[in-house]
Design a protein around this ligand. Structure first.
Ligand code: ASP
Length: 350
């Protein structure tokens, strides 16, 4: 009989491992997760993989995370990639979708499952959702058919770069508006084999060992959510140098005001400064189609790239990773329209 699988648990922070401090607010508690895991009898069962815990200090509320934390997590995974069957990243929920997206672009040649999880209620709470999340994430991280970065939360395994945090009170905190769950967890665990990125394993082998992309610099990227009344003057200030890439979160199918002065501001930044502007919808589901409405077509004419059905989280982290690698604005524009890690669906033309 084959021995037990091995999963590396990387503790980054989040509510799951927090306790209340002297002021009564939740803060990450060093040592708490280790102590909790030490008291879980399930972890001795052969049903679960053996675990080893790596704590990334200081533990963070994910609202405090920065791009360099994504890189640190990616490096931690890559350094241990060949020693484990999979990885569970214990993380706060607030920016989990950003970290999951970033990891999917930062790690090349990934051949193992990387499952991010967290909780709405700390493990110290009797009704915590975290205990089941940790246990099921361990099971999923030991599955051989998954070789991508995912989020496990509330009975669903989602592709990390397709997920968004949609609730801060319900246990169902994440949803993926444009891709069904990669696995559903009930009495049985049902992996949607037609959705997981099966081909990655072969491609990764051909491409060589798992590695973190070469980060050459810290780029300036931002997201701007449109709202009625965002005038050209304010937009111009938002797009000012040193900004190099921006996710424009537009209405509906990718629409923005057709106001000439407003469009001129965008066009000038694209043409004169080679600002990379990516159009993503504010809607949780659906796709941007810049040919659908006059308001979208105007953006295309101004040089704005369609973000298709990417989430703003995926688009922002993708922009960051591409620019950080030192790619030229032209190369970044080209790569933004292509799927690098299953983050977008090629448009169907009818
Ligand atoms: N603020 C917390 C965090 O993201 C929320 C959570 O974990 O649910 O770290």
């Amino acid at each position: 009989m084959a021995g037990r699988k091995r999963v590396c648990v990387i503790h980054v922070g989040g509510t799951i491992g927090m306790t209340r401090d002297a002021q009564g607010v939740y803060v990450p508690q060093p040592g708490f997760l280790e102590a909790y895991l030490g008291k879980m009898p399930e972890l001795d069962l052969d049903y679960l993989p053996r675990i080893e815990l790596v704590v990334l200090e200081p533990l963070l509320d994910s609202a405090e995370m920065r791009p360099r934390d994504w890189v640190r997590i990616a490096e931690t995974i890559v350094a241990r990639h060949d020693d484990y069957d999979g990885f569970v990243v214990v993380h706060g929920t607030d920016t989990m979708a950003y970290t999951a997206s970033a990891l999917s672009f930062l790690i090349e040649g990934l051949q193992k499952p990387v499952v991010l999880t967290g909780a709405q209620l700390t493990l110290a709470h009797p009704r915590t959702d975290g205990r089941e999340h940790v246990i099921t994430s361990l099971v999923l991280a030991a599955r051989e058919e998954i070789h991508e970065v995912c989020i496990y939360f509330a009975q669903s395994l989602l592709r990390g770069n397709r997920a968004q945090k949609v609730h801060n009170r319900d246990f169902v905190a994440f949803s993926s508006g444009n891709l069904p769950a990669l696995a559903r967890v009930g009495v049985h665990i049902q992996v949607a084999r037609h959705l997981v990125r099966n081909w990655v394993r072969d491609q990764a082998k051909a491409e060589g060992p798992a590695r973190v992309v070469d980060i050459q610099r810290e780029p300036h990227v931002a997201a701007i959510r449109l709202f009625p009344g965002l005038g050209p003057g304010m937009l111009e200030r938002m797009l000012a140098a040193p900004l190099e890439g921006v996710v424009l979160e537009t209405y509906g199918a990718g629409n923005a005001p057709r106001d000439e002065a407003w469009i001129a501001v965008l066009e000038k930044a694209v043409r004169e400064r080679e600002l990379v502007v990516v159009n993503c919808s504010q809607c949780h589901g659906g796709a941007v189609d810049q040919r659908d409405y006059g308001t979208g077509l105007t953006l295309a004419r101004a040089g704005v790239i369609s973000g298709l059905d990417m989430t703003p989280e995926a688009a922002l982290t993708k922009l960051y990773c591409l620019l950080a690698r030192g790619l030229s604005p032209g190369e970044v524009r080209e790569a933004m329209s292509r799927s690098l890690a299953g983050e977008l669906t090629a448009p169907v033309t009818d």
